[in-house]
Unconditional design. Sequence first.
Length: 57
Amino acid sequence: MPLLLVYIALGSYALRRARSRGARLACLLAALATYLLMFGIARAHHPLGWLRCWGWA
C-alpha cells in the first residue's frame, strides 16, 4: 500500500508541480521504478519482489 501512495504522489508531482523538464523526467523514472517494484512483489509473492529471484534473499 505505501508504494501505491508513492506512485500516486510522483504522478501528481510530475503532472502539476514539476516546473522543469528534468524534474518531470526524474518523476517519470521514479514512478516507473516504483511500478516495477510493485509488479515484482505481486509476481514473486515475496516482499523483496524481483530481488528474491536474483538471489538476494
